[in-house]
Design a protein around this ligand. Structure first.
Ligand SMILES: [Zn+2]
Length: 265
C-alpha cells in the first residue's frame, strides 16, 4: 500500500490545523500536529504558529531523533510526538490540542474512562489521564508511558489532549470524539451523573471494535476483560464516582451551560 505523497501530507496537516483552530480546540499558537512520511521521517508543525494559518513550505521534516531535515524550527512538543512514533509502529499521525471541555476534565483531574458511550467504546475506548508533565520537556512523553500501548487518546493533566491514529483524519476524529464525549459527560453530570453500561453491553461493543478499530490495539484500555465479582457493571474501577461536588455545583453548572448556549457553541 502506498501512502500519501509529501505534498498531500503537507496539505492534510494544514487542513487538520484549520479544523482544530476553527473548532476552538486551540488558541493563538497552541497545539501541534505531525504525520509519519515514511519509516524514517516525520512531517510536523513549526513552533510559534497559529494552526489556522500555516504555510505548507514551512512545515519541518525531521528524522526520528528530531534532527531537522528541512523547513522551519519544529514545535517544542516534537519529543512527545517522536516518543509516540517510536513506541507505536501502527501510529502514523499525532494531534495535540487544548479543547475546552476535555481540557476542563484534565484540569479537574478527571479521566474519561467510564464505559458510558457506545461510539466511544467502539472507536477509542477509555481516555486515561496522564499525570502532569512540564510542556516542552521530557516529562511530557514520560507521562504517557503507562498508557501508550493500551490507548489511542490521552488527557494530559492541567494541559490538554493527545490523540493518535493510522492517519491524520483518524487522529483528528479521535480528538473530536474526546471533546464531544467530554461535553456529553459534563452535561450528564449536570443532570445527575452518567450511567455506566453493563458488562454484557460493553463486551458486545468490544466485539464490534474488532471490525471498526483503527489501530493495532485490541483492547482500548477499558478493563472489562478482567475478572470481576459484580457481573452487572463494567469492570473498570471508577473511584471518581464518589467525588463530592461543592454545595453550589448545580448553580455553577447552570451558569456555565447558559454561557455555552449564549456563545452558540
Ligand atoms: Zn499543549
Amino acid at each position: 500500500m502506498t501512502g500519501p505523497t509529501e505534498n498531500e501530507l503537507r496539505q492534510s496537516i494544514l487542513e487538520i490545523g484549520r479544523r482544530m483552530y476553527q473548532r476552538g480546540f486551540v488558541a493563538a499558537n497552541d497545539g501541534n500536529i505531525s504525520a509519519r512520511f515514511n519509516d524514517e521521517r516525520i512531517l510536523a508543525t513549526p513552533t510559534g504558529c497559529s494552526k489556522g494559518f500555516m504555510d505548507a513550505e514551512e512545515l519541518p521534516m525531521v528524522d526520528l531523533d528530531g534532527n531537522v531535515l528541512s523547513g522551519a524550527k519544529p514545535s517544542s512538543e516534537l519529543p512527545l510526538h517522536l516518543y509516540i512514533y517510536r513506541e507505536r509502529r501502527d501510529v502514523n499521525a499525532v494531534v495535540h490540542a487544548h479543547p475546552p471541555y476535555a481540557t476542563g476534565f484534565a484540569t479537574a483531574g478527571l479521566p474519561l474512562d467510564k464505559c458510558v458511550l457506545a461510539e466511544i467504546i467502539v472507536t477509542i475506548g477509555s481516555v486515561p489521564l496522564a499525570q502532569y508533565g512540564t510542556p516542552s520537556t521530557e516529562e511530557l512523553p514520560k507521562s504517557l508511558a503507562p498508557y501508550i500501548h493500551s490507548c489511542d487518546a490521552f488527557l494530559l493533566a492541567n494541559h490538554g489532549v493527545v490523540a493518535v491514529g493510522k492517519d491524520l483524519t483518524d487522529a483528528y476524529f479521535k480528538l473530536e470524539r474526546v471533546e464531544h464525549s467530554a461535553q456529553i459527560v459534563f452535561i450528564a453530570r449536570a443532570l445527575g451523573g452518567e450511567q455506566v453500561l453493563s458488562r454484557e453491553a460493553v463486551k458486545k461493543l468490544y466485539d464490534l471494535r474488532e471490525q471498526y478499530g483503527t489501530t493495532d490495539i485490541p483492547n482500548p484500555g477499558c478493563y472489562v476483560a478482567q475478572p470481576k465479582e459484580e457481573p452487572d457493571t463494567c469492570d473498570f474501577d471508577h473511584p471518581e464516582h464518589d467525588t463530592d461536588f461543592p454545595d453550589d455545583f448545580d448553580e455553577i453548572v447552570e451558569r456555565v451551560l447558559a454561557a455555552v448556549k449564549k456563545s452558540g457553541t
